[in-house]
Design a protein around this ligand. Sequence first.
Ligand SMILES: [Zn+2]
Length: 493
Amino acid sequence: MKLFYSAVFLLFGLVPSFAQAPISKDAPGVWRSVPVKEISGSRMVAITGICDALGYRWQWDRFTQRLSCTINTTRLSFIQDNRFYTVNDKVFQLQSAPVRHCGALYIPLQIASEIFGDSGDALRLNSSTGTISASKSRFSILSVLCDKKQNGTLLTVNLSDSLPFDFIYYYPNLTLNFFGGTIDTQKIKQGRVGLVKSVSAVQFKESAQISVILASQIEEPEIDYVQDTKTLMVSLKQLKPVTKPVKEKAAVTDIQSQKIKTIVIDPGHGGKDPGAIGAKGVREKDVVLGIGLYLRELLKMKTDLNVYMTRDKDVFIPLSERTKFANNKKADLFLSIHADAVPGNSKRKEAAKGYKIYFLSQAKNEEDKLAAMRENAVIELEDRPQNYSSLQNVLIDLAGNEYLRESQDLCILLDQKFNVSLKKKISKLHLGVGQANFWVLNGTYMPSVLIETGFISNVAEEKLLADKNFQKEMAKAIFEAVTSFQDKYESGL
Ligand SMILES: [Zn+2]
């Protein structure tokens, strides 16, 4: 079953090609007052004044006396001396009709702030002075709207600027990452609408994330980006139940079933490299060796796999040697076992907890990038660290990417097993599955994953990871995921 989709999109800004109205050059976050006039005893504001302050396009049609404004995907239309106005062709009513004054259409202040207040930008009404000021949103992700449609749910993300983004779907999570994006985490929130259970926002140092929790499984999301309006549209459609199992079965024979014969277990670090060290002195290299040895025992006892370990004692092995070892053994699976740690104060150490399983790819967010940097830091301890420097700017090894799908599958199976068997003891870190550029996974010619079993920098998890019983339970969960993976691939499904 398809469970996991991800993709990266790069968008390049184009020069705007409209010229109806001047675009405000005001910087985001800067408040600019909009001229207000007293007309027939009430404080009124020019609609075009608001548009100019916020950089919205507007157009005046003198024949129909209609003023149209475009805010991202929303089109507002006002008619002189007419109480009806439209929002995307839906008709609404004003308390009083817009009036023409000195060549512009005016509406009461209060109404203006209500109508334009939803745009993602900000209008600030000062009722005591009777003035209004407008500010371009400081955020590059302006709004997220959910609409229930006949055949699914449409998620619309309005941006102030074209941003490179990617998405990852792993039920029930659909995550959109915007690189270099900024988002108002207070404002971007949404409850249940159609297939969407909730929407929330996370601001990372170098990216912004929209996190959607889905109410039910969906087909692969369809994503469209409209350059002109800087709008990202994500179509969500309910996953159709498989109605023709017979046909599915027939198709299976086309897929080459693959026998999994050899597995390499790679306990991280060792020897002069202790890996992460906890406050109580627990060392990553000992924890991961413990788990690795239990895993080997289980696999040898219960399967007929050839099982190898990159190390089964406390020795130092360079990262590239580990990869080479797995390739030489013609391994069908490569499992690297680690424990993570964060630097910083006790509050931060307490907050960082949980397991996460990674496959090799470019990191999508700050958290995954940092995890990879911490694990890659061992290169500094190696005799010839310069061996890696030339790789620094090289993109992911294509040979490794050949097994991307399988590696993702294995990650998902591991996450599922952990989620069931270890749930009472350890939580998952965010999605439980991530991707980043770990050197130890780079250049392996087989499905490869890296398991961050937990945070040794977290007091509770340090204790847990040092516990032999927990190490056994974790080894058992990994063992179960490996056998599930074996079943899945050997049956050709
Ligand atoms: Zn490690």
